[in-house]
Design a protein around this ligand. Structure first.
Ligand SMILES: Cc1ncc(C[n+]2csc(CCOP(=O)(O)OP(=O)(O)O)c2C)c(N)n1
Ligand SMILES: CC(=O)[C@@H](O)[C@H](O)COP(=O)(O)O
Ligand SMILES: [Mg+2]
Length: 632
């Protein structure tokens, strides 16, 4: 079948088991081929091929509402809702989004990207339905990893209390990105093996009902016996005690089991949780055999061998640089404890996990817990290293403020994926952390210009004992610079002049330094002499140097791959105003007040004018008389 010809999932209603299985095969082949070129979340999507087909067969989207938790596993949903032809543009600039997107389709009911939001949103949609007296199903699909997110548990608690009609599909493949962790994971583990029990339960029930005369009465008593048996044998009671009817576990690749269970679930009053067992990466051996999370989200790969296509990079991965530098420090200092909320693979923490198993914690998708746990460690004079993506740190804003900064606890926060991340798009861009951290008292916030300065900043953070200190670093690789043999701490709040200049100053840090230097070189040809400063401490700023620059009354351009609103440039403006440098001209380049969609980072930066050309233009406007000098 030509998948690109699908315009709506309604055709599924007429397919028999054989045809459904054939369709599943075609979709798998399509996904493996397309993702081999574009990259993407191939593992999770191969695991939900049959489940997604069965859901679209059993329900009537968009009247019935599917909410895909995290949403990285919605490619099959996108294929069945008329978007197969767009997969060549998956996660590319102005192309198909890798997550559900309202503007893309009426079938995309809820935008995700961050984990564990589907149940809360589903409760909202179900409440609206009930208040309006509408009749439709609300069907959130949540993974075993996402279920460890605090929001999901808050929602389960409320939904069960309200006894709202909802069919929760728990897609359990025993994996988060890495193998799933936590006591809830263990509960699911007991359930997975409980297949026998649920069959025995049904056999028992039908047997008792057959006993003439006493059958039904006995059945009622047996119900209580069965339930007590349930307490003994399986932990499905976990969900049933929360007010959910628990169905399962069922094989998520078996169309008959799926159809039977979904049709049964549609008849149940109140919230139902259908526990579906799937295999992440199913149907593609390299992904199926993945036990660590390599095939959760990938770049392009060779279909035949599963070999990843190497991109040309100069320096080490930033995550590896930071993790390796911390690992070195952990050898010398047994106060250091590393915590990650479910991202050991992305943040390259496997080495730490292996060498220091009792000083490493993967807490699951639980950013708030991870952050406050770090605070608790710091109260006991340990040195917690919280490794967390910028975008996911947004989940723990109050924990940083209330639990770490307010009591001024010595926590080292490694903010990974700081800046534009590219393919994951607007739900994952790491461009807000400066704005939401800079205004918190006691915080030190820094960003290195290259991997050598990165290792020195790790040392700076480890040696710093006066409160919270955050090191932000980008997705991707370093510049390939030479590394000093020894890590050495930097003076807190110290900036560095990279290029002298007497006509204007560019203040910038991290990934935008090469662009600033390029602009300065171009301006030199115009006779404009620009100083370029590595403003590597975003907080505290180098106020001595700032006073000097402003006393010289030099025009200033700030550049940052971060939100302008409340960002570094704002800090410089505030400084000038507060210190009464009212004549200094200041311009800012950075992320505008909008969400930045998916695409290659260079194209995104061009789109929003965070470029050397823009810097040249802005500086030229700042020093017009230099222009006229040159012309005369
Ligand atoms: C708040 C938040 N934290 C972390 C992530 C990163 N992340 C994306 S998918 C994923 C694992 C999800 O596991 P599961 O829900 O079981 O889905 P599966 O990939 O197994 O289908 C994680 C940790 C995220 N998207 N959002
Ligand atoms: C869907 C999700 O949130 C993660 O899979 C994320 O895409 C990982 O990002 P990196 O690829 O930058 O590790
Ligand atoms: Mg999972």
């Amino acid at each position: 079948m030509d998948l690109t010809k699908i315009s709506s999932p309604s055709f599924l209603k007429d397919l028999n088991k054989k045809q459904l299985e054939a369709l599943a095969g075609e979709i798998r082949a399509f996904l493996i081929e397309k993702c081999s070129i574009t990259g993407g979340h191939i593992g999770p999507n191969l695991g939900v091929v049959e489940l997604t087909i069965a859901l679209h067969k059993a329900f009537n989207s968009p009247k019935d509402k599917f909410l895909w938790d995290v949403g990285h596993q919605a490619y099959v949903h996108k294929i069945l809702t008329g978007r197969a032809s767009q997969f060549d543009t998956l996660r590319q600039f102005k192309g198909l989004c890798g997550f559900p997107k309202l503007v893309e389709s009426e079938h995309d009911m809820w935008e995700t990207g961050h984990s564990s939001t589907s149940l809360s949103a589903a409760m909202g949609m179900a409440a609206a339905r009930d208040i309006k007296g509408d009749k439709n199903f609300v069907v959130p699909i949540i993974g075993d990893g996402a279920l460890t997110g605090g929001m999901a548990l808050e929602a389960l608690n409320h939904i069960g209390h309200e006894k709202t009609n909802m069919i929760v599909i728990l897609n359990d493949n025993e994996m988060s990105i890495a193998p799933n962790v936590g006591a809830l994971h263990d509960v699911l583990g007991r359930l997975r093996t409980a297949k026998e029990y649920s069959r025995a339960k049904e056999d028992l029930e039908s047997l008792i009902h057959k006993i003439p005369m006493v059958g039904d009465k006995l059945a009622a008593t047996a119900e209580r016996v069965k339930d007590s048996l349930k307490y003994l044998v399986v932990s499905g009671v976990f969900f049933e005690e929360l007010g959910f009817k628990y169905l399962g576990p069922i094989d998520g690749h078996d169309f008959e089991a799926l159809e039977k269970t979904l049709e049964y679930a549609k008849k149940v009053q109140g919230p139902v949780l259908v526990h579906v067992l799937t295999k992440k990466g199913k149907g593609y051996k390299p992904a199926e055999d993945d036990t660590i999370g390599t095939w959760h989200g990938t770049g392009p790969y060779k279909m035949e061998t599963g070999a990843f296509v190497k991109s040309s990079t100069k320096g080490p991965a930033w995550s590896s640089l930071v993790a390796e530098s911390v690992r070195k420090c952990m050898k010398e200092d047994n106060r250091i404890v590393t915590i990650t909320p479910a991202m050991p693979v992305g943040s390259k923490l496997e080495g730490i996990q292996k060498d220091f198993p009792n000083r490493f914690f993967d807490v699951g998708i639980a950013e708030q817990h991870a952050t406050t746990m770090a605070a608790g460690l710091a109260t006991q004079h340990m040195k917690p290293f919280l490794s967390i993506y910028s975008t996911f740190l947004q989940r723990a804003y109050d924990q940083v403020l209330h639990d770490i900064a307010r009591p001024n606890l010595n926590v080292f926060i490694g903010i990974d994926r700081a800046g534009l991340v590219g393919a994951d798009g607007e739900t994952h861009q790491g461009v807000f952390d400066i704005s939401f951290l800079r205004h918190i008292p006691n915080i030190v916030l820094m960003m290195p210009k290259d991997e050598n300065e990165g290792q020195h900043m790790v040392k700076t953070a480890i040696d710093y004992n006066d409160g919270p200190i955050a090191l932000r670093y980008p997705r991707g690789n370093g510049l390939g610079v030479e590394m000093d043999a020894e890590m050495k701490a930097l003076p807190i709040g110290s900036w560095e002049v990279l290029r002298e200049g007497s006509d204007a100053v560019i203040l910038t840090f991290g990934t935008t330094i090469p662009m600033a230097l390029k602009a300065a070189e171009q301006l030199a040809y115009q006779g404009i002499d620009v100083r370029v400063v590595n403003a590597r401490f975003i907080k505290p700023m180098d106020e001595v140097m700032l006073h000097e620059i402003m006393q010289e009354n030099l025009p200033i351009l700030t550049i940052e791959e971060s939100l302008l609103q409340g960002g570094f440039g704002s800090a410089v403006l505030e400084f000038a105003f507060d210190k009464k440098y009212r004549n200094v001209q200041i311009e800012r380049i950075g992320i505008p007040d909008e969400f930045i969609e998916h695409g290659e980072v260079d194209l995104l930066l061009e789109e929003i004018n965070v470029t050397a050309e823009e810097a040249v233009k802005r500086i030229t406007q700042l020093v017009p008389n230099k222009q006229s000098d040159r012309v005369n």
